[in-house]
Write a protein that binds this ligand. Structure first.
Ligand code: ATP
Length: 296
């Protein structure tokens, strides 16, 4: 469904250049539900905005289904956004219309697209558990319920890909579980491909795969050991992603990989290291000095 290769995004402001993505590789299969995690500033939102056709990459390949998002014309991008993707943002509730009912809020984008389908709008609200609240005005709904209306709206154009940026960022743990269960249902029952950006590790147990971004590059992948098990990982009690997932370091097509900064620091590795291959292991150590060479 998604293939990014060597994706680069450079933001230019006055004389300053920020390289937000530095040649990122990512591939997501159709029907996959995965999460992208990373520290603040690692490039998660930049990637999501590019995948959603809201921003263009500076270089590299980015393909979503049949769409080449680097080469797409402005008109193509409008069509792509209208027909292929759905979006959910952290505070979506705030962008809804408080004086309209939940149902009217879902119908609104359908009307703009000239495809009003009341039965489907009702069905969406039923799917997100708001059957009994659909005639309530938005302002009468809780934050979590408003976020569920936003999820219904994100699917009003029947997208194949759902992009969610911190979808549970402003709700409590229980609501966050409800939202993740709704995503899983859409993923299983509609075959929807879902990409969730988060820094909340406790969501990781609810997705098939987690890709970590570090400094604008995919660095590590965590793949669920038992794909049929949906569970959240409590952050307390010393749990980590490793409890449910197998961890892999990402190696790109030309053999590059990222070594975590803490490993480099622990071994006092600066800009050079020694790498040895012993037949079944690659061993990276602090640089060995050549015989007779003086260390500075
Ligand atoms: N419009 C912009 N102009 C200039 N720099 C930007 C712009 N948007 C993002 N950046 C920079 O690009 C880098 C990546 O930002 P991005 O928002 O993608 O990170 P993030 O991982 O989503 O962070 P957060 O979790 O805090 O939202 C950061 O250094 C950020 O300051």
């Amino acid at each position: 469904m998604i293939t990014c290769e060597g994706l680069v995004k450079i933001y230019k402001a006055d004389d300053l250049e920020v390289v937000a993505l530095q040649g990122l590789n990512l591939s997501v299969k159709p029907g996959e539900m995965m999460a992208i995690i990373g520290n603040s500033g690692s490039g998660k939102s930049t990637l999501l905005n590019i995948l959603g056709g809201l921003d263009r990459p500076s270089a590299g390949q980015v393909q979503v289904g049949p769409w080449n998002l680097l080469k797409a014309s402005d008109d193509d991008l409008v069509k792509y956004k209208r027909d292929t993707v759905g979006f959910i943002w952290q505070n979506n509730g705030r962008n809804l219309l408080p004086f309209l009912t939940a149902l009217e809020n879902v119908e609104m984008p359908m009307m703009f697209a000239g495809k009003l389908d009341r039965a489907y709008a009702k069905q969406l609200l039923e799917w997100v558990g708001l059957k009994d609240r659909m005639h309530n005005k938005l302002q009468q709904l809780s934050g979590g319920e408003q976020q569920r209306v936003a999820i219904a709206i994100s699917l009003s154009n029947r997208p194949q890909l759902l992009l969610a940026d911190e979808p549970t960022g402003s709700v409590d743990t229980r609501t966050s579980d409800v939202i993740m269960d709704i995503f899983r249902r859409f993923n299983k029952e509609l075959g929807l491909t879902i990409v969730i950006v988060t820094h909340d590790l406790s969501l990781a147990g609810k997705v098939d795969r987690v890709v970590a971004i570090r400094d604008g590059l995919t660095s590590t992948e965590f793949i669920k050991r038992n794909p049929n098990l949906d569970q959240s990982i409590p952050l307390s009690g010393g749990h980590s992603l490793d409890d449910v997932h197998e961890e892999f370091v990402v190696v790109d097509r030309v053999g590059r990989m990222q070594i975590p900064k803490e490993y480099l620091k622990a071994l006092a590795i600066g800009d050079k290291a020694t790498m040895e291959f012993d037949g079944d292991k690659i061993v990276i150590t602090a640089p060995k000095t050549l015989e007779g060479e003086e260390t500075a």
